[in-house]
Design a protein. Sequence first.
Length: 346
Amino acid sequence: MKESPFLDACRRRPTAYTPVWLMRQAGRYMPSYRAVRKRASILEVCKTPALACQVTVDAWHRLGVDAAIIFADLLLVLEPLGFRVRFVAGEGPVIDNPVRSPGDVARLRRPGPGALVETPAAIRMVRQALPANVPVIGFAGAPFTLASYAIEGGASRDFSRTRAFARAHPTAFRTLLSRIGAVSAAFLRAQITAGCEAVQVFDSWVGCLSERDYRTHAFAPTQKLFAALPRGIPAIHFGTGNAHLLAAMKEAGGNVIGLDWRVDLEKTWRALGPRVAVQGNLDPSALLGSRAELRREAQRVLDAAGGRRGHVFNLGHGVLPQTPPDNARALVDFVHEESARRRGNP
């Protein structure tokens, strides 16, 4: 793809301005998404290519971002393995048959070639609907984060079941991560074949681990996942609450490291070294305040990046549901205009 500031930044090439996209840019804060959700559940949207395409493209149109990320869900990867996933209003995802013993891991299915075809179909539709120079980002969950959902039975505050299972049944835990990682890798490759020009691996819950436990349990399957991706495709590696793990996560894989809002971008990028691009890291709550405050916070992120090659502007986590859509658009416009001005481009 030619003339894509987002892809150029991922590859640490010069750009006329800092590219920007927003995690969860197609979500509950967007009126068009809420209208779709009135007639379809989250899983129905994910599994209906026309609807997934619609909300993906609508968000790109509304925000003016430099890339569209396909609308899907991390937990889709668990279904082909035999997990029963549903979403409960006000509670979030629920796994009806969580892992409670090594026997549960041994009973996991082996997905056939027809698994997870809806998301690639949606990507092909999005690719046709968007201008040729707008990249589509695919994504999947990292093995540890998906394993934690499978063991906890949903979201968790302390992931105590997951950490206890890893200690009590290390072989079964490694097998679980390996099986999940293989499906995630196949899912990402299918998205790339369908038309994605970049991918993001979400390790949302990995921050609950110490570095020792990360290297013991999560490092190898994560590294294998990244190694399974085609060379030349930018891969973003993102986690939250994981400042102590960033060096190890860089080593595990990804040529772009996503930073959450709790770390200092300048210091962290310096520590990671010049051979990696970074993504981030505006606090999502900045979108809830005044426009003046939002501009100040965005300037702070741009100041920290210092105009260096390889910065993709994003939030330090997903867009909050109560975010005014006009504030999100104002942020995108400001980052484009201010970063271009700093580069001397009109």
